[in-house]
Write a protein that binds this ligand. Structure first.
Ligand SMILES: [Zn+2]
Length: 183
């Protein structure tokens, strides 16, 4: 059960566990915007409604002080590489790209920010189980762990099926995200 965290201007910056959300509230850093109506946790003496959304109270650059590492996942790799094959530069649809190991796993390559790029299917197949040098292919950019992601100022959060409805008012939808990416 997670809590959406907004900055003082009601912009989404993170999602945290409800325990972390309570910590932010009890230390006075954040206030509750909305509770999960049906969920409470109990201490010895009291029951507390679990917040679904909290907001930083002070107008500090909370997004900076509070930013976590960008999670390593398929979608964020796609965002980092701006949806382009890192060998030929072709725009690849987000549901059609291959998770390409630069150094192939067969040669000890890891599944990490530094070794995974977006590749189109033809490039991926042409490269096969070879390193870029072996395949005489050049990467357009050296893959690294991004500090932030292009095209979304909200910590990579988009509203998706399964997230609390209350978050919808604050998060862009997946559809919106794809539309902005195409433009
Ligand atoms: Zn390609």
């Amino acid at each position: 059960m997670d809590t959406l965290v907004l900055n003082a201007w009601y912009q989404p910056i993170d999602r945290v566990s409800w325990q972390d959300a309570f910590r932010l509230i009890f230390t006075g850093r954040a206030e509750v915007v909305e509770n999960y109506g049906d969920r409470t946790v109990r201490s010895a003496r009291q029951a507390f409604a679990v917040p679904s959304i909290v907001r930083f109270v002070r107008k500090v650059k909370a997004a900076v002080s509070f930013r976590r590492k960008v999670p390593f996942n398929r979608r964020n790799v796609y965002l980092r590489d701006r949806g382009r094959c890192q060998y030929c530069g072709t725009k690849v649809p987000s549901n059609e790209f291959d998770f390409e190991h630069v150094i192939p796993r067969a040669q000890g390559g890891r599944t990490s920010w530094e070794n995974i790029v977006v590749a189109c299917i033809p490039c991926n197949q042409h490269k096969g189980n070879r390193t870029p040098q072996q395949a005489r292919m050049r990467l357009l950019t050296k893959p690294t762990r991004p500090k932030s992601l292009p095209g979304n100022g909200c910590g990579g959060l988009v509203w998706q099926e399964g997230m609390p409805q209350s978050w919808k008012d604050y998060l862009r939808s997946v559809r919106y995200w794809h539309e902005t990416l195409e433009s």
